[in-house]
Each structure stands twice: as structure tokens, then as C-alpha cells.
Design a protein around this ligand. Structure first.
Ligand code: MSP
Length: 527
């Protein structure tokens, strides 16, 4: 049983969670559920990033102590994830004693190895990014990310010899085409490593300027730079290097982030791993931004969408489906209620919901609500089954390669083909003609394909998936209890054979999974 360890970012506690954070965490959850279905011992983690200037400034602005702010906002993040059906195995707070111990041990290790030195540095500091920029990197004198003025700061600090590992990292990225994916971000990472020598990384802040951080183990006048501290949360969740958990899961690690934090994950982190003599992660999966009115969602712009309110209004699973279907992983996508309603009505109400409602009501009407026994397949059934196989294999392949939208599109080819098959096979005509055997073949083929669709949708729509399976008369105890051992590895075989659905089982007569949203009456929280 191969382990699977996925990390979502640990989020800053200077603002409430919004749709952007919810997207990454929901994707992490869906990827983990998928890995479990595919047979992996899967978990994902997240947490909160609580040190640094940004947090101190946010507390000052809110008129509270930094401890009060971090406790409160960290609590809000932690409480939100289960509401969105995302269940991180661990939630790391960077202010926790466990995390501090991991960071200090790591710093000491690379300090002892000679990869940290003391020096003087001057640069343009952006408080938003928590990093220094060189004059060349500024855009018209301001921070290229935040478009806000920077502050020139010159001081003595500790530096990590990042440049020492530049060539090895470049080679690793070149030799492993899907180390960073999709390809455009691999190219961006390579561009950072090509040409000029990397600056060494300033990893400390003097306490005279900032005391809200983790003390360096070798100099108590300094605290650790927040990014160096934050990345190590991925180790804290595994109880630190050397632990049993770490040895088992770290070699299978994957990260999930948006493009804003590509550099720390593609450059800082792998060089830190090399310095500590630890293996690289397997993949860095990078997605684009959710935009609102064509601008990146951000609290300061005031265009944020509340994930919980939207989920409550349209249904959590429909919301999760929309997020995974609408965004091409890697590219930006626009969030609007109109787009959500359009997807809901087209894909969920018309295609999927309609399929369930038609087939179940016909089973009720023509077979007393019981799964009928199938007769021999005709060309029509062979064609549908061939298409089902292709669609499910494609779904599994694309989903595994983080192409969620394409995976769902492939699955919907099957949903639509089944609706057409209903029209073509016309069960009502077979019932009228008294052809029970063919009627059984048609309804069985449909119900069995619907069961497969429902199972494949579990990572994306966990509740609706169970509802669909229950309507099809399947025993869902393992899903209701989220029994990982029983769920693990059931998907690969589903794209191969047919006939797992028991005949004679009672199915629901009425389905009503996704009632159509009337556009005129939908006035949403984020309109
Ligand atoms: N604390 C750092 C991460 C440290 S990880 C070791 C951080 N935190 S953050 O709160 O700013 O979160 C950034 C992440 O939130 C992005 O990488 C992305 O996962 C998610 N998103 C925030 N806004 C987003 C959008 N508008 N769209 C999509 N995802 C976004 O950076």
C-alpha cells in the first residue's frame, strides 16, 4: 500500500478564509479521496502560518494582541474545513511547541553543516510578501506583487547558502518533467534558476525589528524568517525528520499551491531539503487564481467570496463540483454566481440529475423498483460499455494528473451518452411490447453505469455520491463511516468490468438530486 502525503498551504492568519483558500483545500481533499480510492494510504495536511511582520501589523490594526488574533483566525480556518467536507489529517500551527522544535532542529542541522553564515544585507523590503527585493525586481519602484512601496533596510543577518544548490536543483527539474506541474510553472521555475546566480536566502530578522517569530537556536538576538519557518510545517505534520511517520510518508510527498507562492516551493524548499540531505518531494502542483470581476480575490480589494455562504446557498457538493470543473488547473478562472448557476443547471440538473431521475422512475414503474436481471448484450449495450470504459479510464488518468476539469468532462461524456442511450433504447417501448429481457438489459446497463459514475464522483461530491449510491440500492455503510480500509483501492477495477450491482435490490423511485435553480429567484450573497 503506497503512502500518499499531500500538503495544502498553511494560510496566513491576517485575514479570514476566502474562496481562494477554500479552493486549494477542497482540491487537496478531493485529491486525497481519489488517491484513497486508487489504493493509496492517503492523507493531506494544512494549518496556519502565524509569525512575521504581516501578522503583527494585522493585530495592531485590529487593536488586539497578536496571540488573540492568531488564536481566533487559526480557529476560523480550522473550523471551516470540515464544513466543506475537507478533512486534513493534521492541522499545523506554526506557533505550536512541536513546530518550533522542528524548525530549531532543522536550523541547527544546516548551521552545523556550514550552510548558514552571518553577513550584512541591504534590500527593498515588502511587508506584504515578507521578503526583500533587489532594485531590479521592483516595478517602477514598488513591490511587483502588491504594487505598494517597499522600505530600504540594511542590517546584519543570517543567510542560507541557497546558491550552492542551484545547479543540482536545475538538473533535477530538467530530469523530472512533472516535478513541477503544469508545465508553464516548471518553465517559470527554470527561468528563476537559469542565467544569474541565486542570491543566498536571508533567513533571520533581528529582534530589534521583529520579535514575533521562532528564536534561532544559535543566536537568541534573531528570529527565523517566516518562509523558512512556514515550509517546515510540512515536516511538523509528520512529526519531524526521523520519525516513523516521516520515513513512511515524506518520500511520497506532493505539494499543492497557487502560483503566488511558486518561488518558495520551487526554489527555497528544494534547496533546504538538499542542505538537510533529505529527498525531494514528488510533485509541486500549481494552480492559478480565482478572480472576481477579473481581479485576484483579495481582502484589500474587497472582492472576496465567502466559501461557506456560497456553499450553503447552492449546496456544498454543487459548489465543490463547480470549483473543480470550472477552473482548468493551472490557469486563472472567474468566479461568478451566473457561471455557477449555469454549470449547475447544465451539468448537474439537466445531465446527471435528469439521468438519475429518469432511470430510477422507470425502474420503479416497469420493474417494481428492483434492479432487473440483464439479458445478453446487443450492439447498443456493447457500444455503451465501451464508451463507459474509455470515459472512466480517462477520468482516472486525468484526475491523477491534476487535470480535474478534463477528468470531469470525460465523465460527463458518459453521462450524456447514457441519456442518449435511454432515448435510443426506449425502455417504455420495450415495457409496452412486453420484452422483459431486453428491458432488463437496458435498465441494468444504465443502473450499473450510474453506480460507477457515482463512485467516481466521491472525491468531488462526497455527499451526493453516497446519496446516488443509496438511491441505487448499494450498501453505503463504508462511506457513511468513511472507513478508509474498506474504501481503499476500489476504483481501478471499476473501469474494467461490469456487473457488480446486485440484481433484485430495491432502488429509490424518486431521485431529485439537483433541482434546477431558477435564475430569477437566485439572489446570492456574492451577487
Ligand atoms: N502562508 C503562506 C503559505 C505558506 S505554505 C508553507 C501563504 N498564505 S496565504 O494565506 O496567502 O495563502 C496563499 C494560498 O491561498 C495560495 O497559494 C492559494 O493556495 C490560496 N489562494 C489565496 N487566494 C487565492 C485566489 N484568489 N485564487 C486561488 N487560490 C488562492 O501564502
Amino acid at each position: 500500500m503506497t503512502p500518499y502525503y499531500l500538503t495544502a498551504p498553511i494560510y496566513y492568519v491576517n485575514a479570514k478564509p476566502h474562496l481562494g483558500h477554500a479552493y486549494t483545500t477542497i482540491v487537496a481533499d478531493a485529491m486525497t479521496r481519489f488517491a484513497l480510492l486508487m489504493g493509496r494510504d492517503a492523507m493531506f495536511i494544512t494549518g496556519t502560518d502565524e509569525h512575521g511582520d504581516k501578522i503583527v501589523k494585522a493585530a495592531e490594526k485590529a487593536g488586539t494582541s497578536v496571540e488573540e488574533l492568531t488564536d481566533r483566525v487559526s480557529g476560523e480556518f480550522r473550523a471551516l474545513w470540515p464544513e466543506l467536507r475537507a478533512r486534513p489529517a493534521r492541522f499545523v500551527r506554526t506557533t505550536s511547541p512541536e513546530h518550533k522544535a522542528v524548525v530549531r532542529a532543522f536550523l541547527q542541522k544546516i548551521y552545523d553543516a556550514g550552510d548558514i553564515y552571518f553577513g550584512e544585507y541591504g534590500g527593498y523590503y515588502c511587508y506584504g510578501c515578507e521578503r526583500f527585493y533587489t532594485e531590479k525586481e521592483l516595478e517602477k519602484g514598488v513591490c511587483p506583487q502588491h504594487l505598494t512601496p517597499t522600505e530600504y533596510i540594511s542590517e546584519k543577518n543570517y543567510f542560507f547558502r541557497m546558491s550552492k544548490y542551484q545547479e543540482r536543483l536545475k538538473k533535477h527539474i530538467l530530469d523530472n518533467p512533472d516535478f513541477i506541474r503544469p508545465a508553464r510553472y516548471r518553465a517559470e521555475a527554470l527561468a528563476l534558476l537559469e542565467g544569474e546566480v541565486l542570491d543566498d536566502l536571508c533567513i533571520s530578522r533581528p529582534k530589534t525589528r521583529l520579535s514575533w517569530g521562532i528564536d534561532l537556536p544559535f543566536d537568541s538576538e534573531y528570529v527565523c524568517y517566516v518562509w523558512f519557518d512556514a515550509l517546515l510545517a510540512y515536516f511538523t505534520a509528520l512529526e519531524g525528520p526521523g520519525s516513523e511517520l516521516f520515513n513512511r510518508f515524506w518520500p511520497q510527498a506532493e505539494h499543492l499551491v497557487a502560483k503566488d507562492i511558486l518561488k518558495p516551493h520551487a526554489v527555497f524548499w528544494p534547496t533546504m531539503l538538499m542542505a538537510a540531505g533529505l529527498p525531494f518531494y514528488r510533485h509541486l502542483n500549481v494552480h492559478g487564481y480565482w478572480l472576481s470581476r477579473s481581479t485576484k480575490m483579495s481582502k484589500s480589494i474587497g472582492n472576496v467570496v465567502s466559501p461557506l455562504e456560497t456553499a450553503l446557498q447552492y449546496g456544498l457538493d454543487a459548489f465543490r463540483y463547480f470549483l473543480l470543473r470550472e477552473m482548468q488547473f493551472g490557469s486563472d478562472a472567474d468566479f461568478s454566481e451566473e457561471a455557477l448557476i449555469a454549470r449547475f443547471n447544465a451539468d448537474l440538473a439537466n445531465d446527471l440529475g435528469n439521468l438519475f431521475s429518469r432511470v430510477l422512475s422507470m425502474t420503479e414503474k416497469f420493474c417494481s423498483g428492483q434492479v432487473p436481471a440483464p439479458g445478453p448484450d446487443r450492439d447498443m449495450e456493447r457500444e455503451v460499455k465501451g464508451l463507459a470504459q474509455d470515459s472512466l479510464v480517462n477520468f482516472q488518468n486525468f484526475f491523477g494528473r491534476v487535470q480535474f476539469s478534463l477528468a470531469l468532462e470525460k465523465l460527463w461524456e458518459l453521462v450524456r451518452a447514457l441519456n442518449k442511450y435511454v432515448d435510443k433504447a426506449a425502455p417504455w417501448a420495450l415495457a409496452r411490447a412486453g420484452d422483459k429481457e431486453t428491458l432488463g438489459t437496458v435498465l441494468y446497463t444504465l443502473l450499473e453505469c450510474m453506480r460507477k459514475i457515482a463512485l467516481h464522483l466521491w472525491p468531488v461530491m462526497p455527499d451526493k455520491s453516497v446519496q446516488m449510491l443509496t438511491q441505487l440500492g448499494c450498501d453505503c455503510t463504508v462511506f457513511a463511516h468513511e472507513d478508509a480500509a474498506a474504501i481503499r483501492g476500489i476504483l481501478p477495477a471499476e473501469s474494467e468490468g461490469f456487473g457488480t450491482l446486485d440484481t433484485g435490490r430495491k432502488v429509490a423511485g424518486v431521485s431529485n438530486l439537483f433541482p434546477r435553480i431558477d435564475v430569477k429567484s437566485a439572489v446570492g450573497p456574492c451577487a
